[in-house]
Design a protein around this ligand. Sequence first.
Ligand code: TXE
Length: 477
Amino acid sequence: MITVKNFVNGNFVSVEETIEDINPATGEIIANIPRSKANDVEEAVHAAETARNSWSNLSLDERRGWLEKIANALESRSEDIAKLESLDTGKPIKLARAVDAARSVANFRFFADFSKDYTEEKFEMDDATNHVIFKPVGIAGLITPWNLPLYLLSWKIAPAIVMGNTVVAKPSELTPLTANLLAEVIHDVGLPAGVVNIVHGLGHEAGQTIVAHPKVNLISFTGGTITGKKVAETASPMFKKLSLELGGKNATIVLDDADLDSAIPEIARSGFLNQGQVCLCGSRILISNNIWDKFIEKFVNFIDGMKVGDPSSDESDLGALVSFAHRDKVESYIHLAQREGGEILCGGERPNLASPFDKGAFLRPTVISNLDYQSRTATEEIFGPVVTLHPFESEEEAIEMANCTDYGLAGSVWTSDLVRGKKISEKIETGMVWVNTWLHRDLRVPFGGVKDSGVGTEGGRWSLGFFSQPVNICVKD
Ligand code: TXE
C-alpha cells in the first residue's frame, strides 16, 4: 500500500482526509491519497507565491539547467514510472514504457532545449527599437486528467517553470502515483522549494479551489469538455490566462486508394491505443463505399485478434479501463448503439479473464457499424475501446461527416495520393490532421482543438507563449 502526500514548499505533507486509489485491473486498493481542501490549496499557493521572485530572477539558462536535471533524474526512474502508470491506470506496461515514461522525460528535455532561443524579439522602426521581452505570468494552476497522467502533467510543468512561473498542480484523483514520483524526483534534485507544488484531491474541491484562487494567474486544464466549461466559467471572469485541452470525436477517413495492409494496424492503433482513452483517438472511421466490404473484413479480423488482459504482460494489447464507473459509461454507449440500430461486429462485452483480472474493469475492443453518422453514439465522446464505421460515397460527403460533431480536435486521412490527402485535411475543422499516420508527434508543432475541443494552443513556442507575458519596450533613438 502506497501512501501519497501533497508536495508543498519542498516538503511532503499529510492532510486530514484521504481518498482510496484503486487498481482498475484488479479492483484492489493500492494507495491512500490526500483529499485536499481549501486550506491545503492555500498553503500551496502561498509557497508558490513566496518562491515567485527568486525563481523568476534566475536566468533562463539556469532554469533550463533545472529542467535538464529533472529530465535526467526522471529518466533513471523510467521503469518505476511505467510500473506505477500501468498499476494506476490499468494500461499495458509496454505502452506505459514506450509512451508515458519516455514522453514524460522527453517533455522536460524538449522544453529545456527549445526555450533557449525564446528570449527577446526586436522590431525596428525608423526612429525607435521595440524590444519584446517575455515575463513569467505568475502562479500557474495546472489540472490534469487520468489517461496520460505524467505525460500531460510534465507537458504543462516543464514550459511553465522554464518561463519563470511557479506552479500549483492537481493531478487526477484516479491516477495520482506518477505525480507523486515526480514530486520525489523534484525533491531529490533539490529544485528550489515552492517552485512546483502538487496538491492531490477531488476536482470540485481542490481543483475548483485552484481555479478560483485570486492569486493563481493562469490555468492550464486538460480533461472533459463539461469540466472544461466549469473551469472557464470560474476563470474567465477573473481574466486568468486560460488554456483548455478538451475532448474529441475524431474522424479517420479511409479513401479507396489507401493501402489497407499497412493502414489497418495504424487505424487500429488510432482507435484503441490506451483502451481508446486518448483525446486524439480516431473513434469514427469513415470508409469509401468502394472498399467497404474489404475494409470491414480485414479490420474486424485484426481487432478480434487483439489481446485484452493482464497489463503487466507484454502480450496484452489492451489493459483495463481507468475505473469501473468509466467502464459503466462506455458500456452504456454500447447499449445506446444497439438501441440506435447499430450492429456489433466484434467486442461489445467483457473478456473472460482469470483471477485477479476477472474483477477488473476490462472490455473487449468493440467495432460497431450500421449507425447513422449523426447518431449520438457516432457524435458523442465515448473515450473507450469503441469505434463506429460509416460508409461514404464522395470526398465531399466524407468531409461533411467528419465535420458534423461539436468537437474539433484531430483527424486522419488514409490514401496513396498525398496531394489528395493534404487537400482533404485542409477542409477538416480540427486543430490537427495526420495523413497516413496517427499521433506522430513533433513537440514543436501546435497542439490544440477548435469548437468544443477547447481554447488555446500548446506545444513548442505556443506553450512558451502561453506560459509567458510578452511585454514591449519601445526605445526611441
Ligand atoms: O474528467 P474530468 P472525467 C473526457 C472523457 C471522459 C470525460 C469525463 O470523455 O469520459 O472527459 O472524465 C479535475 N474544477 N476526458 O470526469 O472531470 C479532475 O479532478 C477543477 C477527456 O474523469 O474532466 C481531474 O484532475 N478541476 C480528456 C481533471 O479535472 C476539476 C481526459 C480532469 O477530470 C473540476 C479525461 C472542477 N470543477 C477525460 N472537476 C482529454 N481531453 O484527454 C474535475 N476536475
